[in-house]
Design a protein around this ligand. Structure first.
Ligand code: NAP
Length: 333
């Protein structure tokens, strides 16, 4: 039985990856920081099939201890401070988690389990204001916010440990990916959840920033399938993980409100407070390499993603309005 260690287990991707690995017969360990004791909603349904180990990316000793206990064949580092606005208000903490945390983890692997295969969650935010679109694995990094800077550091440290110490270490440069388990501060979930709330009479308007902003969105379940595939190859390598197409916030709003039978123009208010000063320019992934080498491509279309999230939001909100104590049951989608 293969063993895998996931950091960021309690997050969106960690919970889907844990499900995937359990289904593939892995013994799954999750590194969970002490402060997240009350934040296990996304993995509650897996609690009897995962071994949770206490550790923190801020603490070198805890990382070494966790790896020594788990002795994993594969390590997926999904933990980070992942919200860009917070990276502006807490830049040093973002660097501690998202940049230096990866140095600590790589050192722990090198010292305690050098044969483990390592996946680092890199991000399209490393490209920031790219010279060209679509971006591929050779596009220059020009991050434009502290989160992107921290991810760029982590990316290059991973690549350097691969060459310097011969670790099997890979970076997946993921573009935005969504699911019913996404936090509601991210725009995709904010739109589907608020459209569902308006449909159910629980809200009256949706405030958004730039409706012309475009993103390359895919489904988190598709993204974690790519992460796993990357660690099954003969040689470690870095890959873009994306849908390869962009859609505007306006298209997303139209699609979501159409699905619930409402005219979006009656409910959506543009508010400049929600504009991003560091709006990325033409972030779209070129997925030729991962399609050709790993035969991966997203299974869910943009429209299917909007619909499955709306179905989930409608179901959740319906349950919550009957009994507010019911927690996000349909997050199990
Ligand atoms: P998420 O939902 O924000 O989850 C982040 C996870 O990191 C949580 O489990 C959190 O634990 C954990 N964490 C934060 N600080 C930690 C620390 N000091 N020690 C240990 N754990 C810590 O993120 P996600 O959406 O699943 O994304 C997974 C990874 O992909 C992240 O690295 C993110 O930056 C990257 N990424 C995501 C996207 C996307 O669209 N989702 C796109 C590009 C890259 P708590 O429960 O304790 O808070």
């Amino acid at each position: 039985m293969k063993k895998a260690l996931i950091t960021g287990l309690t997050g969106q991707d960690g919970s889907y990856l844990a499900e995937l690995l359990i289904a593939k017969g892995y013994q799954v360990f999750g590194l969970v920081r002490r402060s997240s004791g009350g934040n296990l909603d996304r993995i509650g349904h897996l609690s009897d099939r995962i071994q949770i180990l206490s550790g923190d990316l801020l603490d070198q000793t805890s990382l070494m201890d966790v790896i020594t206990i788990a002795q994993p064949d594969e390590i997926y580092n999904l933990a980070s401070q992942s919200y860009i606005p917070t990276s502006w208000t807490q830049p040093a903490l973002t660097a501690e988690y998202t940049a230096l945390g990866v140095s600590r983890l790589l050192e722990a692997i090198r010292r305690c389990q050098p044969d483990a295969r390592f996946y680092q969650a890199s991000s399209s935010e490393v490209f920031g204001a790219p010279d060209s679109a679509p971006q591929d694995e050779r596009t220059a990094f020009r991050p434009r916010n502290p989160y992107g800077v921290a991810k760029a550091y982590a990316h290059w440290m991973t690549a350097n440990y691969r060459t310097q110490y011969n670790l099997y270490a890979c970076c997946g440069i993921t573009y935005t990916h969504e699911s019913p388990r996404r936090s509601a501060e991210f725009v995709f979930r904010k739109i589907t959840r608020t459209a569902a709330q308006i449909k159910l009479g629980l809200a009256t308007e949706l405030k958004l920033g730039n409706l012309d902003a475009r993103r390359d969105w895919c489904y988190a379940k598709d993204a974690v399938a790519a992460m796993w595939l990357m660690l099954q190859q003969d040689e470690p390598d870095d890959y873009i993980i994306a849908s390869g197409e962009t859609h505007s916030v306006r298209e997303l709003v139209e699609c979501a409100f159409n699905y619930v039978g409402l005219d979006w123009q009656q409910y959506v208010k543009v508010d400049s407070a929600f504009y991003r000063a560091d709006e990325p320019v033409q972030l779209i992934g070129n997925i030729d390499k991962i399609q050709t080498k790993l035969h991966w491509q997203p299974e869910y279309s943009f429209r299917q993603l909007v619909e499955l999230m709306l179905e989930s939001d409608l179901q959740q909100l319906g349950q919550e309005s009957i009994d507010p104590k019911i927690r996000l049951v349909s997050q199990l989608n």
